[in-house]
Design a protein around this ligand. Structure first.
Ligand code: FAD
Length: 381
């Protein structure tokens, strides 16, 4: 009855389902264990009419026109430029740390000297990873690097990953740069926007096709059996001859044959506050104080007039089987385990792996949309 089975209805699964239905005009069933579509990008309106991102704040930003145009078929956008402040020594300063943060943090003469030296060394408008700045020999720049490292980076990283920054893959640490300039925006991409009616509406529009059927509240293991020895897939006991597109955890798919892949999870605590606005911008980071990493106020992202506001505290914690696997933990050992799974997966021609859990990668939304479009073109079409 179905030509394709897709596990997971996040961007990876939904983009591929949409392409199969619209481009190939073939039939697809999406199996999703949660009670909603959209994966970690799912949002909803709470009782105060505020759009909430259930799995943490999601800000769309990309330089990829193809991805932006593709998604624009399923949503209108509100222009939105995300800003983040960090609470440091009693002050809230822009993040990434930039010239405005330097001026707010240090006495005028020192601040001017630091800015002058940064400008001599780095291109205006560039981003310098903090671990690179830390290698500087100049006393002033070394002082700045150590300050940012200690006050902005180290404790935040410890809370987020339970590791020292050096123990984390540079792919992750590069995400926390120093910005050479005065742009207070968190991202500098060409396209920065929020879907007018939220992310869930994008998924509803993508999946609204007679060729696409959806099975919610269903772990794939309830309906699919994989005979690993003979490389056969069974769906409700019948051999399934089509393709299985898997966007869940690669270690789970192969019964943890090579061991568990570690993740970090989050304890997300939402709170309604009885005032119109709670903080200056959407997100304020707390690197050194408290046990949470940041507070996000959703009204800044989706403006709405109400006398209440909803905020979210994020507490990172160790992942245990059954928790939501938010962030893969990149270490050489974990990559090795992942590579074993990936190699093993090559023996299964009818299984296509795609998505942040199947690829054990940190993908932004634009990355995964691009990846899913590529997988469709290269492996399915
Ligand atoms: C806290 C947080 C904040 C983020 N913020 C941003 C941001 O600001 N900007 C940005 O661009 N990106 C952001 N991202 C990244 C974004 O969430 C991902 O790029 C995107 O969700 C990846 O889509 P996916 O389809 O690969 O995975 P997911 O969205 O995780 O979808 C996978 C789906 O598979 C389902 N599934 C898993 N196992 C099974 C099973 N056994 N049976 C059935 N179904 C199963 C899951 O329930 C889920 O719905 C953020 C991520 C996190 C965790």
């Amino acid at each position: 009855m179905f030509d394709y089975l897709i596990i997971g209805s996040g961007f990876a699964g939904s983009v591929i389902a949409e392409r199969i239905a619209n481009v190939l005009n073939e039939k697809v069933l999406i199996i999703e264990k949660r009670n909603h579509i959209g994966g970690n990008c799912f949002d909803y309106r709470d009782k105060n009419g505020i759009i909430i991102h259930k799995y943490g704040p999601h800000l769309f930003h990309t330089n990829n026109k193809k991805v932006f145009d593709y998604l624009s078929d399923f949503t209108d956008w509100n222009i939105y430029h995300h800003q983040v402040l960090a609470f440091i020594d009693g002050k809230k300063v822009p993040i990434p740390f930039n010239f405005n943060s330097i001026k707010q943090m240090f006495p005028e003469t020192l601040a001017n000297r630091l800015i002058e030296k940064l400008l001599k060394k780095y291109k205006y408008g560039s981003k310098v990873p903090i671990l690179e700045l830390k290698k500087e020999n100049d006393t002033d720049l070394k002082f700045l690097a150590d300050f940012i490292y200690e006050k902005v980076f180290k404790n935040y990283t410890a809370k987020q990953w339970n590791k020292k920054p050096e123990e984390i893959d540079p792919e992750v640490t590069a995400r926390v740069p120093v910005f050479i300039g005065t742009d207070n925006r968190y991202f500098n991409d060409k396209y920065q926007a929020i879907p007018t009616e939220g992310y869930t509406k994008i998924f509803e529009n993508m999946l609204n096709h007679p060729n696409i059927k959806l099975m919610l509240n269903t772990d794939y293991k309830e309906v699919i059996d994989i005979d690993f020895e003979n490389k056969k897939i069974y769906f409700f006991g019948q051999e399934f001859k089509g393709k299985l597109i898997f966007t869940g955890m690669i270690d789970e798919l192969f019964n943890y044959k090579f061991g568990e892949l570690p993740y970090r999870t989050l304890d997300l605590r939402f709170k309604t506050v009885g005032k119109e606005k709670f903080q200056e911008v959407a997100t304020v980071n707390y690197p050194n104080n408290y046990d949470f990493t940041r507070i996000t106020e959703f009204k800044h992202i989706h403006p709405v007039k109400t006398d209440k506001t909803t905020i979210l505290y994020e507490y990172p914690k160790e992942y245990k089987k059954g928790d939501t696997p938010y962030y893969p933990v990149f270490t050489p050992e974990n990559r090795q385990i992942y590579n074993k799974y990936r190699e093993y997966a090559q023996d299964f021609e009818s299984i296509i792996l795609v998505g942040r859990l199947a690829d054990y990668r940190y993908y932004d939304m634009d990355d995964i949309v691009e990846k899913a479009l590529d997988v469709f073109e290269e492996k399915i079409k």
